[in-house]
Design a binder for this molecule. Structure first.
Ligand SMILES: *Cc1c(COP(=O)(O)O)cnc(C)c1O
Length: 377
């Protein structure tokens, strides 16, 4: 066996022995929450398509039209010839939706963070991030070359302490958090973070990946407001909203925007239509939230704060086993393991969707209870 393959095979075996190997299973999604896997139709509680917009007929129709008009691919970066009129339309719609001066669309949420953070801070600057921010914010923070410090999840005393003890030693300071935490479903104290960032002359960047289309957050006091079109909007692509100057700057300085091909026309058109649907009907987000509330109530746990609700299991192997039991009963709930979540907090992450029915929610709760979940605190 060639040397590379033999080394990689050892790494795979080690992951396997710790129940940490990951594999992409073939999954045919046929609606907001129906997935065909291994020839079996499953109801999914693992899709982030909270409003079912990935299969909405208007969203599909606009994608078809965009393909017919502009083709399948964009053929170049936005700064060369990829900047379709659909970008202008989508960015205007995003700025209106978020209540900011301007917006910039990136290839994905990951690319938005990866391009924006290093464009704003570097060596000699300080990044202070919540312990649970998404991997792509951490990757971006490392890439920037700034000094990175983490505060305990949502712990404002700790955040304040880091600022008080360190802010003066650095030129610029950027605070990173999320509106809704992707693996925990809880919300950040955005109001307090706005105050801390003002008091300590820091910029506040908030990742709204799971809030977009679901919850409104006051943009005032948020310097960089990013998110994605790949979750509740059912499409693809990331964005950064903020002042016109911020957007003008990142369009020329964010390397993930400058050196990557523009999004396909169909994806831009889908996002425009989905955003329009969300803006005209605020009850959609509410409906998805209500499903999560029903679930947390049936489990006897504190109310869901978002469309995401994790049931913590602990051990990786047990989380995988319960996920398999759910699947055998027709429900798809992926087990989330380290390093996505901290050690010993493997979990079943439930994501709720407007199309889930109460009997489906009751059925998964019954299975969880049979498995002895939720664990006693
Ligand atoms: C999903 C996610 C991203 C990445 O967005 P993509 O568009 O999927 O690349 C960024 N931040 C958070 C918090 C996310 O959950």
């Amino acid at each position: 066996m060639p040397a590379l393959d033999s080394i990689l095979q050892q790494k795979l075996s080690l992951l396997e022995s710790k129940h940490l190997r990951r594999e992409a299973k073939e999954s045919a999604r046929t609606s907001g929450n129906r997935v065909m896997r291994d020839g079996k139709q499953l109801i999914s509680f693992s899709c982030n398509d909270y409003l079912g917009l990935s299969h909405h007929s208007d969203v599909l129709a606009s994608a078809h039209q965009a393909i017919d008009r502009y083709g399948a691919g964009a053929a170049a970066s936005r700064l060369v010839t990829g900047n379709l009129p659909l970008y202008t339309q989508l960015e205007a719609a995003l700025a209106t939706y978020k209540g900011t001066g301007a917006a910039c669309v990136f290839g994905s949420g990951y690319l938005a963070n990866l391009g924006t953070i290093p464009a704003l801070v570097g060596a000699g600057d300080l990044i202070i991030a919540d312990k649970l921010v998404h991997a792509c914010m951490i990757d971006a923070a490392r890439l920037s070359g700034a000094t990175v410090m983490r505060f305990a999840h949502n712990n404002m005393d700790h955040c304040q302490l880091l600022l008080a003890n360190n802010r003066a030693d650095y030129q610029h300071c950027l605070i990173l958090t999320e509106t809704i935490f992707s693996m925990d479903g809880d919300r950040a104290p955005i109001g307090m973070l706005k105050r801390l960032s003002r008091e300590h002359d820091a910029w506040l960047m908030v990742d709204d990946a799971h809030g977009t289309g679901i919850l409104k957050t006051d943009p005032d006091g948020i310097d960089i407001f990013m998110g994605t079109m790949s979750k509740a909007l059912g499409a693809y692509g990331g964005y950064v909203c903020g002042s016109q100057v911020l957007v003008d700057y990142i369009k020329t300085a964010a390397r993930s925007l400058v050196f990557s091909t523009a999004l396909p026309p169909s994806v831009l058109a889908s996002s425009i239509t989905a955003l329009n649907i969300v803006q005209n009907d605020y009850s959609l987000g509410e409906a998805a939230l209500n499903k999560a509330h029903y679930f947390s109530r049936l489990l006897g746990l504190p109310p869901a704060q978002s469309t995401i609700f994790p049931v913590i299991v602990g051990e990786n192997e047990r989380a995988l086993a319960i996920s398999q039991t759910l699947e055998a009963n027709g429900y798809l709930v992926t087990a989330i393991r380290p390093p996505t979540v901290p050690e010993n907090t493997a979990r079943l992450r439930f994501a709720f969707n407007t199309q889930h029915t109460n009997p489906q929610i009751e059925a998964v709760v019954a299975i969880l209870k049979q498995e002895g979940l939720p664990c006693a605190p």
